[in-house]
Design a protein around this ligand. Structure first.
Ligand code: HAM
Length: 438
């Protein structure tokens, strides 16, 4: 029998629905942020990743699948998506398009020869996004918000957003020298890889997997303390924007990320205390990379992005409340009395304009008949509207998943429904201003 390659897996028919849920959320949330999909090949000339990701990174040094094709060209199965997207933007001159910044997202398989374990594979899938063409700190915050909103859409709420700044090229250079000076007297106590890295690219010592708990590395100088004034200002603006959006984050001065192209903001989002994820708690990583486009022979344009590991999202979903499978029908209207029929139809139509799937009893059956029809359609919410409700400008809403019935002012109806779709019927009436949904 021929088995699958180590570090790969099959997605069997029973598991496809979970993947589709993630894929649907990718499309829906990307649409909300106005990012457009881009699809690039899964292999590229090796030089792209050597120059893009960095010769001395673990990814390029130890993890790429490189081979010669039959025409003796060096090609590599992509280990990540950013370098490929940048290559495509340059080659297709997308940077010259009228819509700036360019906002692109992608998903698909990536390949790294890593030691396989739960949440770490040799073929894995990423959902990534890249915004090219703007140096505004607002777009750093927008990218972090996009990643956080995507997790929220998947109901993954117990997370920590960690951010840091590496600064511009000058800050990075200053810091590199400082780090080299610091490491020099103790370098022999670190692993052989670190000894090599410290000369070639000292920042890479900081993401050593062997010595990661060594106090020498823990107490090393931090990039944030070596920022130029300009870089410091950029970081402060990112923080201000995150505060304005209302995202919770922590500044992690030790966060450097394992790819060479980063400048300024770097960030990761970890899942907290999720046993299903094992040791691989980092769901997404990203940051700004202002010099990559130029270093790959494109124009001098700044950029920022992120990538999620999709298998880790799937594992994280095992730890959150049972996924709510949206029934096809959100609301079914039961209108009681001939006088309110027109009004009730209008209410239903308003909800549809807000994207809710609604149905109606067009036969004007008796009460029993109406409830029977509702039962068959299995809507998430029953809307009950009669003369009394019309007079008081309210609707009775029953959450069929838990039987809770509430009287909701017409003006709050849409908000109430939308904010209760992903909860199993909390008792909020949609305007309390202190629950999770309001
Ligand atoms: P990265 O940190 O190398 O960044 O990977 C991003 C995410 O991919 C990780 O946080 C993790 O969830 C997932 N991942 C990485 N390796 C594996 C693996 N072997 N098995 C399963 N999941 C894995 C990048 O790739 C950058 N291109 C992100 C970026 C985009 N920065 C700016 N734009």
């Amino acid at each position: 029998m021929i088995n699958k390659i180590k570090g790969t897996y099959d997605i069997l028919p029973d598991e496809v629905a979970k993947w589709q849920e993630i894929e649907d959320s990718i499309q829906n949330v990307s649409k909300l942020f106005n990012f457009k999909e881009i699809r690039t090949p899964i292999f590229e000339y090796s030089e792209l990743f050597h120059r893009g990701v960095g010769e001395t990174t673990d990814i390029v040094k130890k993890e790429t699948y490189d081979f010669k094709d039959r025409g003796d060209r060096s090609v590599t199965l992509r280990p990540e998506g950013t370098a490929s997207v940048v290559r495509s933007v340059i080659e297709n001159k997308l940077y010259a398009s009228a819509n700036q910044p360019l906002k692109l997202y992608y998903q698909g398989p990536m390949f790294r020869y890593e030691r396989p374990q739960k949440g770490r594979y040799r073929q894995f899938r990423q959902f990534g996004a890249e915004a090219l063409g703007s140096n505004s700190p607002l777009i750093d915050a927008e990218i972090i918000n996009y990643a956080a909103t995507f997790l929220e859409a998947l109901r993954i709420k117990n997370i920590t957003i960690k951010i840091n700044s590496l600064g511009d090229a000058l800050s990075k250079e200053q810091y590199k020298r400082k780090l080299q000076e610091y490491l020099e007297p103790n370098i022999e106590e670190l692993c052989s890889d670190c000894n090599r890295r410290y000369k070639e690219n000292p920042l890479r010592v900081l993401d050593c997997k062997v010595d990661k708990d060594n106090p020498i590395l823990k107490e090393a100088p931090k990039p944030l303390d070596y920022l130029t004034e300009e870089a410091k200002y950029h970081f402060e603006q990112v923080i201000e924007a995150l505060d304005a959006i209302g995202l919770n984050y922590v500044i992690d001065k030790s966060l450097v990320r394992g790819l060479d192209y980063y400048t300024h903001t770097v960030f990761e989002i970890d899942a907290n205390n999720m046993e299903s994820l094992g040791a691989q708690a980092t769901l997404v990583g990203g940051g700004r990379y202002n010099n990559l486009v130029e270093s790959l022979d494109g124009p001098d344009i700044p950029a920022v992005g992120f990538a999620f590991g999709m298998e880790r999202l799937l594992l994280a979903l095992e730890s959150v409340d049972k996924p709510v499978v949206d029934p096809f029908i959100h609301c079914f209207m039961i209108a009681l009395g001939d006088e309110v029929q027109g009004d009730a139809l209008r209410i239903v139509n308003d909800l549809r304009h807000g994207g809710l799937t609604c149905d109606y009893d067009f036969f004007n059956k008796n009460l029993k008949g109406k409830f029977k029809q509702a039962e068959r359609l299995n809507p998430m919410f029953l809307l009950i509207y009669g003369e009394e409700e019309a007079k008081d400008m309210v609707v009775n809403v029953k959450d069929t998943r838990n039987g809770v019935q509430e009287t909701i002012p017409l003006a709050n109806l849409y908000h109430y429904i939308v904010s209760h779709i992903n909860t199993q019927g909390s008792s909020c009436s949609g305007n309390c201003s202190d629950c999770d949904e309001c």
